[in-house]
Structures are given as C-alpha cells and as structure tokens.
Design a protein around this ligand. Structure first.
Ligand code: GSH
Length: 200
C-alpha cells in the first residue's frame, strides 16, 4: 500500500506520480498545500522533519527526497539499469539535478508562476537564470549524442531531469534554442503510461 504526500504543482512530487503511473502502482494521494505551510505543521514534521514534499509511505515506512523515492520504486525494474557503472551514472545525473539544475530552474518558476512575485525576486532571478541556462547547456550537450541520460534507455535519470526541465518556460527560460532537449521531451511523452503534471 502506497501513500504519497503530494503538492500537485511541485515538479519533485510529479516525478513520483509519473513513475508510479509508469509502474502501474496504485496509491493514495494526500494533498499537502505548501503555500498554506501544511508541510511545516508539527504533524507533518513527524513524517518528514525536513518539512518538504514529496514523501512516500510504503506500508507505514516513510521515505523523503524525490530522487531517493524514485530509486526505491525503480529498483529491480526496467527504470533502473542493472550494471554498477550505469547505476552510478543514474546517481551522477540525479545529483546533478539536485545541485546544479533543480535549485536554479525550479526556483524561477516558483517565484514567477506560482508566487507571482517576479519583481520581488529580480536580483535572485538574475543569478538563478544564469546558472539554470548552464545546467540546460550541459543537458543539451549530452542529448546531442544520446537519446536518454544513461545507457540509451529511459530511466529514472530522465524522469528526474524531465520534471523541472519541461516546466522551465514557466520560469521564463527560453527553450527554443534547445533542439535536443525538446526532442527528448517528445521521447519521454511517448513512453507507456506517461502522465502529464496536470493529469496526474
Ligand atoms: N530535495 C527535495 C526537495 C523537496 C522540496 O523542495 N519540496 C518542496 C516542493 S517542490 C516543498 O515541499 N516545500 C515546502 C517547504 O519548504 O515548506 C526533493 O527532491 O524531494
């Protein structure tokens, strides 16, 4: 029995909904409205002391951090390659996502499209935008020679990076010059049991 503590607009939460759909796993969704600080209540902090979604509850065992949850669900499935080297490459891209990509690409979207506070964040946006484009350049370069991030197969490395990349325009990133990233979006959107962030 799976329960997902989930905030619908969150790309980190969407990663989990996408993989659950592609694995054909049923789950109960528990809405946590982070804009109403529901992830910071004493009750929620018992579930995740870090006060953030997503959290997966699997038969009473809780797991936080979107990429750890992806790994947990994908283990022993086609969404995680089997060799040690390829598994380490999946981790390489998921650490890249959390350090160089998500903090720079998700934050502008959050400030501009969710909080509607572009003016207030003007200075921070300059820094994040520059670093966000640098992360997109790294992805574009990789995808210019590869269909997917690891081992030429669709994996949780792709799910992790897809979540916020395909929403980057909501943070005013111009994706028109990223031909290979846009072709990769199509390959992902054609995967079996793909669901969009709005459908899931
Ligand atoms: N590194 C974490 C980041 C999680 C995160 O930042 N979650 C946001 C939504 S995208 C959240 O719940 N924020 C609520 C808060 O900070 O109070 C992950 O990958 O799961």
């Amino acid at each position: 029995m799976y329960k997902l503590y989930d905030f619908l607009p969150s790309g980190n939460c969407y990663k989990i909904r996408l993989l659950l759909s592609q694995l054909g796993l049923e789950y109960e969704r528990i809405n946590v409205d982070i804009l109403k600080k529901e992830s910071r209540t004493p009750e929620f902090l018992k579930i995740n002391p870090n006060g953030r979604t997503p959290v997966l509850d699997h038969n009473g065992k809780n797991l936080a951090e979107s990429n750890a949850i992806l790994w947990y669900l994908a283990s022993n499935t086609d969404f995680l390659p089997t060799s040690n080297y390829e598994q380490a490459q999946v981790l390489q891209w998921m650490f890249f996502e959390q350090f160089s990509h998500e903090p720079n690409i998700a934050a502008p979207r959050y400030w501009i499209s969710i909080l509607k506070a572009e003016k207030e964040y003007k200075e921070q946006l300059k820094v994040k935008t520059k670093l966000g484009y640098a992360a997109l350049d790294v992805m574009e370069q990789h995808l210019s020679g590869n269909d997917y991030f690891v081992g030429n197969q669709y994996s949780i490395a792709d799910i992790s990076l897809y979540a916020y990349t395909h929403l980057a325009e909501e943070g005013k990133f111009d994706l028109s010059r990223y031909r290979y990233i846009k072709e990769w979006f199509k390959r992902i959107e054609n995967q079996k049991n793909y669901v969009s962030i709005k459908q899931s």
